[in-house]
Design a protein around this ligand. Structure first.
Ligand code: SF4
Ligand code: SF4
Length: 343
């Protein structure tokens, strides 16, 4: 549940965006590029940087992110739980007034660790792409499903204010079983499911589903959303626009560097969470400068021009862009629905 401070920061971001002077809403920090899985669609485990910041450096960078009033701080990887100080970093970010979110493959959530994670994260996304055979096939390691489900259940057992759900990548191998799988997640006691529909970048293009398949899927997903708004977490309009995007009919929408940013394992800021490891999208090191200086640098100005040539459809980019284009009453209604305070 967000604190008053979180809500204030969110409203401040929203107001600034409407006034044409946006400040970042979401920062994802990829704390490590090490990973214990071998997902087919992922290049991180193949060629991610081996360098990481130590705890003191990471803490100073969190200070710099908090200074500009970023409301949502996401810790990601690689597999972030391979860092033993992850919970300390999250606690620090929380104390600096940010909502903390964790993206994890779920395989390292032991009972002991579950307690600490539940205390310092507001939201945990466990990546699960379907039932056992499908998930292990996509993730490249037999046994990954069982470990992730156990990890998620460990967390569900001890969580109090933390919301725990599943994030799925929608690919050819799983789209037929995702809805029944989401029902299973509900039976485990998961708070939500979200599905990263399609990429639109070379990152996902080999794994995306066709326009017809996505249309059928979105109809089913919308019907599920009508039954339980907060459990199907992507907002109605992002689900409805998925087929349009796949058919190439949706106007390009991108607020890279304005609403969302990424911080890589070495402390470099990228304007785009999807191309966080691509040097062309990097605009400076947060070790050397403040976030404000980096965002207003000449380099940033040049890199912003790059975004005119690409498009994507993702929860950490497009969904936020659509959210900030809503009216304040609609945003308030969707937020209240998300927290089950309104149906
Ligand atoms: S769990 Fe995440 S970082 Fe690890 S291989 Fe899979 S997608 Fe890549
Ligand atoms: S459209 Fe924007 S957010 Fe999406 S991949 Fe390109 S730069 Fe990133």
């Amino acid at each position: 549940m967000p604190t008053i401070h979180n809500v204030f920061n969110l409203l401040r971001c929203f107001a600034r965006f409407k006034l044409g002077r946006p400040t970042p809403f979401y920062m994802t920090y990829e704390v490590t590029y090490r990973c214990n899985l071998r997902c087919k669609f992922c290049s991180v485990w193949r060629n991610g940087s081996k360098k990481e910041l130590d705890f003191g450096q990471a803490r100073r960078l969190i200070d710099k992110v908090a200074e500009v009033g970023v409301p949502v701080f996401n810790l990601s990887g690689g597999e972030p739980l391979l860092r033993e100080d992850l919970e300390d970093l999250a606690l620090y970010a929380q104390r600096r007034g940010m909502m903390t979110q964790l993206n994890t493959n779920g395989t390292l959530i032991s009972r002991d660790r579950a307690r600490k994670i539940a205390e310092v994260f507001d939201v945990v996304n466990v990546s699960l792409d379907g039932f056992e055979k499908t998930h292990d096939g996509i993730r490249g390691i037999n046994g990954a499903f069982k470990k992730a489900v156990q990890g998620m259940k460990n967390l569900i057992k001890v969580k109090d204010t933390c919301t725990v759900g599943v994030a799925s990548v929608l690919v050819k191998e799983n789209f037929a079983e995702l809805i029944p799988f989401f029902h299973e997640v509900k039976r485990w006691g998961g708070d939500f499911v979200c599905v990263l529909p399609v990429g639109g970048t070379e990152f996902f293009s080999n794994y995306s589903v066709s326009a017809k398949e996505i249309t059928d899927f979105t109809e089913k997903l919308l019907a599920e959303k009508m039954k339980d708004h907060s459990f199907i977490s992507p907002w109605e309009n992002i689900i409805k626009l998925m087929p349009k995007f796949v058919r190439g009919e949706m106007p390009r929408i991108c607020d890279a560097g304005k609403l969302y940013l990424a911080l890589d394992s070495e402390g470099q800021i990228s304007i785009c969470p999807i191309f966080s490891r691509n040097d062309s999208y990097k605009i400076g090191s947060l070790l050397d400068s403040s976030l404000f200086e980096i965002l207003h640098s000449k380099r940033a100005e040049q890199v912003f021009k790059l975004t005119k040539n690409c498009s994507c459809y993702a929860l950490c980019t497009t969904a936020f862009s659509l959210m900030f284009r809503m009216s304040l009453p609609n945003l308030a209604r969707e937020t209240l629905r998300y927290y089950k305070l309104f149906t």
